[in-house]
Design a protein around this ligand. Structure first.
Ligand code: C2E
Ligand code: CA
Ligand code: CA
Ligand code: CA
Length: 281
């Protein structure tokens, strides 16, 4: 039995070793991904649940590596965070997204205040130069600041509350809007939530997907909506996949939805075609 145990441990070690090696090699590949043009951005529509009009897009990063194929951001973002690559690729994404939105705002004046939401990771937020880099990007792209939303997770906003609070207040003064992403999955205290200069709550898809099947998820969403109303926050439901979920969300008073039912993340050209049509459903 002892031998058996040791073999299993050895197999486990070998598997860990392979995983670690892959991680280390992906880390190296990621360092060159930007200059080799392997990174791109896709745009997922955010839709008004009352009239089906497109309100804006969330920008999501993609990595197509010649060695590893298409890698999910859920896998490569943590690698980028650990290696320090997150800061340059995050800035690259923000620059590109702001320039794209400015082009659209210029080209399609009927779109009004079409928004673009950009994910900001903990590493970026904790960089002392983050604020000035964002300011520079806003200036050089000439985008309307209030049409840019920064999506932060509860975890990243709580990493260093004092510093984060100050950075967020400065970003607010620039005119940007702030969203709390994956709401309900973190550990934010309600008192803290009230003090953060947040404009938007993004209800995590885990709760949205329980709508219509899980009584408790419906109750939780109703509570989140009541909270959002009290704090005067806009709400976005993520991961909307069924008509039933839309109907349930409309009952709760949720303003906006995002999910495969409306549209998957789109290429720049596809997103632009959608702007021309203006309606998603
Ligand atoms: P997230 O910010 O919560 O983004 C939403 C994720 O849900 C996206 O996955 C999106 O493609 C996916 N999604 C959209 N609609 C549906 C749906 O109806 N059902 C389901 N099951 N999923 C849906 P994606 O693109 O794979 O991104 C995963 C995560 O990677 C993001 O989660 C975000 O945390 C991170 N990420 C992606 N792009 C960036 C980026 O540019 N910067 C940073 N810091 N993080 C990013
Ligand atoms: Ca997000
Ligand atoms: Ca999210
Ligand atoms: Ca998420």
């Amino acid at each position: 039995a002892k031998d058996h145990g040791r073999n299993r441990a050895e197999i486990y070690d070998a598997a860990m070793q392979i995983k670690l090696t892959r991680h280390a090699r992906m880390d190296v590949a990621l360092r060159f991904a930007l200059e080799r043009n392997e990174l791109s951005l896709v745009y997922q529509p955010k839709v008004s649940l009352s009239d089906g009009k497109i309100k804006g897009f969330e920008v999501l990063m993609r990595w197509d590596s010649p060695e590893y194929g298409k890698i999910s951001p859920a896998d490569f973002i943590p690698i980028a965070e650990a290696s320090g690559m997150m800061v340059p690729i995050g800035i690259w994404a923000m620059e590109k997204a702001c320039r794209q939105l400015a082009t659209w705002q210029h080209r399609y004046t009927h779109i009004g205040n079409l928004t673009v939401a950009i994910n900001v990771s903990m590493r970026q937020l904790l960089q002392t130069t983050f604020f000035s880099q964002v300011r520079e990007i806003l200036e050089s792209s000439q985008v309307i600041p209030s049409s840019i939303e920064l999506e932060l997770t509860e975890t990243s906003a709580m990493a260093n509350p004092m510093q984060t609070m100050e950075t967020l207040s400065m970003l607010k003064r620039l005119g940007l809007r702030l969203a709390l992403d994956d709401f309900g999955t973190g550990y934010s205290s309600l008192a803290y939530l009230q003090r953060l200069p947040i404009d938007i709550l993004k209800i995590d898809k885990a709760f949205v997907q329980g709508l219509g099947t899980s009584h408790s998820d419906r109750e939780i969403i109703h509570l989140m909506m009541a909270l959002a109303k009290t704090l005067n926050l806009e709400t976005v439901a993520e991961g909307v996949e069924t008509l039933l979920q839309i109907q349930e969300l409309q009952k709760t008073g949720c303003n906006l939805g995002q999910g495969y039912l409306f549209s998957p993340p789109l290429s720049t050209d596809e997103a632009e075609a959608m702007i021309r049509n203006s309606h998603v459903f």
